[in-house]
Each structure stands twice: as C-alpha cells, then as structure tokens.
Design a protein around this ligand. Structure first.
Ligand code: ADP
Ligand code: MG
Length: 376
C-alpha cells in the first residue's frame, strides 16, 4: 500500500498561557512512501517524528494537508478504519492477559463482515506469533517475558489484523544493545516477508541506515533530505544532515576557498574547481583521509587506535569545529605513533563544503546535488 503525504502540517497551540507561541511540530511534509518499502523517519528528539506517525495513524488530526493510502484519502478516517498496525517504544501489552490473549485482542473487536470465528482468530494469532517466533510462549504473561520477547508480542499484535501499513515508533529503544540489533534484523525480515509498507521512527542514525529502504531526515518539523541511506551519507544536502549521519561522525573545519583551492588554516588541502572565493565549513568523512608523508593537511597526532581491519587516527587541528579529527584508515598504513604530526591528503568525494550562513552544501568539481533535493 502506497502512502502519500501532501503538505502535512501540525501546529500545537501554546501550552504556556503567558506566551502565544505555538509549536509547529510538522511543517509542510510532502512525501510518497512506495508500496512495500520500509521508510526510516530519522531526526533528533522533538523534530516531529511521532507527530507525523500519529497523523498517519489517525490518532492526531493534521492542522492542514492530506494523507492517502493508495488512492484513498484517509485524512478524515478514524484510526480503527485505516487498517494500520501500531507498535510503540513501551510495548503497551495488557499485563493480566497471556501472550495469546494479547495477540487475539484486536481480532475480537472486529465487527460486521470482518467478524471472525474462534478457529479463524486462533489460526491468525498463531500465524502472527510464528512470524515473530514467539509461538512457543503463547501461554505466558508479559511479566514472564524478556523485553525483546515483549516487543515481539507487540509486533505480532500489530500484524494480526494484517494491516495495510505498519507504524513503529522507536520500537527498539527499551532493549539492550544486543537485543536491539537482533530485533531490528527480525523486523527487517518480517517486513520483507509480509511486504507491508512500514514506517519506522528512530533518532538513531545507525538503526535507520541499517534497516531502511529510504530515509527521511527531519529537523524542527521540517524534512531536510530524503533518499536511500547510502545516497544521503554520500551526498548530504546540508551541514545538519552531514553531521547527523555517520559513526564516527563527520569532521568539521572552518576553511576558505581562494582561487579555486580549499584552505584549512594555511594548508592548501584540495582543488575545488567552480567555487568562488569565500569562507566555508568543510566536512570530511573519517574515511576521507589518506595518510601521506607529504600530505597537505597537517594535524597534531594525539592517538592511534587499532581496530583490527582498520586504524583510527585521532588528531587535532586548530581550524576544526569538532573536538578531534577522527580518521579511519586501512591497517596497512604504518603510522609512526611517536611523531608529533600526522599529514593527510584528502579524497575529494569525501569532502563536503557548506555555506557558513545557510549551512547549505556548496558543490565543487564533479559533485552534484542529489536528484531528490532538486525536486524539493
Ligand atoms: P519526536 O517524536 O521527533 O521526538 P514529537 O513529534 O513528539 O517529536 O514532537 C514534536 C514537537 O511537537 C515537539 O516540540 C513537542 O514538544 C511538540 N508536541 C508534541 N506533542 C504535543 C502536544 N500534544 N501538545 C503540544 N506540543 C506537542
Ligand atoms: Mg517521538
């Protein structure tokens, strides 16, 4: 089921009686979620992810804008009639019911033509339980399950009505690191098996990158960039997006362009054809540094961490805006850890320039704005 958001906007009235400042939680969100895909809605806390999800579910009404499921305008439809499955961060299972009763619950409330026999309901419940691999635990109470198992029950309960759209709001946040990884792979598998169009909300960029077909990056209610995870990572449209995606995070320097060359401090580090003389912010991905004896960018070496296949070089430069320069290089490079300085050449496609005022990307050489960004 294709989900189309048209100019979706949510404005909350002021909660503070003294000021009239309203909160624009979501602003003019236009996007089409392709049928059968998993879309990651990504952004820092408070950027409007949950509000967007609640509007799609029908739990909140948009201030303006429209929502379509396929060709059907569902903007005025109540949540029960939208055919959605919802999963929240805090499982929200009924504690006095068994797993089986929890999963059966949504089916027992079906009315009219949708009403099912007891056998049909049980079959569906077991199907959903099998899908999330909890069919052995059907007679337990939620308190007798681990967090990961509880979240699986919540997912089974969301799937049992065979929803047209599955909506997940930070479903892994309450799990420990190992379970988070495992459950996220599970969700991806289930989504692929069922082909249900899924919207997955998270503030964790790594989670979004690993699970999503498409990512939507939001900031303060405004969509910043949409695209495949790798495309956004490789071609961020502004400094915010560049900084939000990637571990270790992108390194940011103050720099200047003079006569087609990029300077960081006094070091002439890269040719940047097509850019006029100006001051810029320079973002360099950790994998964009090549250690070299005659490298153009000189940094003070502070630490070298060997991580098996890769080596992480931690260094310092007077022009940087991030605390340290973190570069990841192949373990084949032999770094002299006693040296005072480390010198790098830069990979041009791993270097991004940004306007100092607007923080928007400035493209140089054969760099091009992403296609989706041109449409916006
Ligand atoms: P996220 O899920 O990305 O953390 P939310 O969608 O929950 O963000 O919130 C977006 C913004 O809207 C925040 O500034 C939040 O304080 C505000 N907000 C959310 N719900 C309400 C509400 N019911 N009333 C007033 N403001 C709200
Ligand atoms: Mg939220």
């Amino acid at each position: 089921m294709k989900v189309e958001l048209q100019n979706l906007t949510k404005i909350f009235p002021s909660r503070n009686k003294k000021s009239n400042e309203e909160v624009v939680a979501v602003s003019d969100f236009t996007f089409t979620i392709p049928d059968g895909k998993l879309v990651g809605l990504l952004g820092p806390s408070g950027c409007g992810k949950s509000t967007t999800l609640y509007m799609i579910s029908g739990l909140q009404n948009p201030t303006s804008g429209k929502i379509f499921f396929g060709d059907e305008d569902v903007t005025e439809l109540s949540p029960e009639n939208r055919g959605i499955g919802l999963v929240f961060q805090n499982y929200a299972l009924y504690p006095h019911m068994t797993v089986k009763q929890n999963i059966l619950f949504p089916l027992q409330n079906l009315k009219g033509a949708d009403k099912m026999t007891k056998e049909q309901m049980l079959e569906r419940a077991y199907q959903a339980a099998k899908l999330v691999q909890i069919d052995e635990l059907m007679d337990r109470k939620p308190s007798e399950l681990s967090g990961g198992q509880q979240q699986r029950v919540a997912i089974a309960r969301a799937l049992v009505k065979m929803p047209r759209v599955l909506l997940l709001d930070e479903p892994l946040s309450n799990l420990d690191a190992r379970l988070r990884l495992q459950t996220r792979e599970e969700i991806r598998r289930i989504q692929k098996e069922t082909g249900i169009t899924t919207i997955f909300v998270t503030h964790d960029q790594e989670e979004a990158m690993s699970i999503s077909d498409v990512i939507v990056v939001m900031k303060l209610g405004v969509v910043q960039q949409t695209g495949k995870p790798q495309e956004i990572y490789d071609n961020p449209i502004n400094l915010f997006v560049a900084k939000f995606l990637g571990t270790p995070p992108i390194n940011v320097f103050a720099g200047a362009v003079r006569a087609g060359a990029l300077y960081i401090g006094d070091d002439k580090v890269l040719d940047v054809p097509g850019v006029d003389d100006r001051e810029v912010y320079v973002g360099i991905r950790p994998e964009g540094f090549i250690p070299a004896a005659d490298g153009a960018l000189v940094c003070k070496l502070s630490n070298v961490e060997v991580m098996g296949r890769d080596v992480s070089i931690v260094s310092y430069n007077d022009s940087m805006l991030t605390p340290t320069v973190r570069s990841i290089v192949d373990a084949d490079y032999k770094i002299d850890i006693t040296a005072e300085n480390v010198r790098f050449n830069l990979k041009p496609h791993k270097v991004f320039l940004f306007d100092k005022e607007t923080e928007k990307r400035i493209y140089f050489g054969d760099q091009k704005a992403p296609a989706a960004a041109e449409e916006n």
